[in-house]
Design a protein. Structure first.
Length: 204
């Protein structure tokens, strides 16, 4: 299962050979050096750790720098493990050439934070009547009646923090690959803000 770390550059559109317009997200993917390999014998699971994002040494701890030096890697900002990866060893580098045009992938990232929002924006609740005398236009309505349940049940959808959580978008298709500039063009939108880091995996 190939995986790679990438930076979301933004969205654009490209024209296919048959004239169709493809709305794509441009990802700067890799190159990602392999900095650690987890095995079933020593760690209890199988995984490959990839590094991404050049950084200055002063921005990393001594422990992080020592870990990267063991793998002969330059200072990197992000380290992520990809489970069930095999066939890679420390010192190898994963690039966009591990993927193919037309391949299905899933992209995971942190969604944009929207702050504290009400139930209409956060959960898509319907608004109340807007006629004269209405006092329930954007309020969530009754959430705990007096006779039963006489309390607010667990799991009731209410206002609160919206966004800023891990989201995985599945079923995306790679439209184009630019190996020279380390670019992946993926059909549709992916989670996160511009210049945010995402994880790209094959969608089996």
């Amino acid at each position: 299962m190939p995986g790679i770390l990438a930076k979301k550059l933004g969205m654009t559109q490209v024209f296919a050979e048959d004239g169709r317009v493809e709305r794509v997200t441009v990802l700067e993917a890799g190159p990602c050096p392999v900095t650690a390999v987890r095995t079933e014998e020593t760690d209890g699971y199988t995984a490959v750790q990839l590094a991404f994002g050049a950084s200055k040494e002063k921005h990393l701890t001594k422990a992080e720098l020592g870990h990267l030096r063991k793998a002969d890697s330059a200072p990197m900002r992000h380290l992520v493990e990809f489970r069930d990866e095999s066939g890679l060893s420390i010192g190898d580098t994963v690039t966009v050439e591990a993927f193919e045009t037309g391949q299905k992938v899933k992209v995971a990232g942190t969604s944009k934070g929207k702050g504290f929002q009400g139930t209409i924006k956060r959960h898509g609740f319907a608004s109340g009547p807007k006629s004269h005398g209405s006092h329930n236009v954007r309020a969530p309505g009754s959430i705990g009646a007096s006779a039963w349940p006489a309390r607010v049940m667990k799991g009731i959808r209410g206002p609160g923090q919206m966004g800023n959580k891990r989201i995985t978008q599945k079923g995306l298709t790679i439209v184009q690959i630019d190996a020279e500039q380390n670019l992946l063009l993926v059909r549709g939108a992916v989670p996160g803000s511009r210049n945010g880091m995402v994880e790209v995996r094959t969608d089996a």
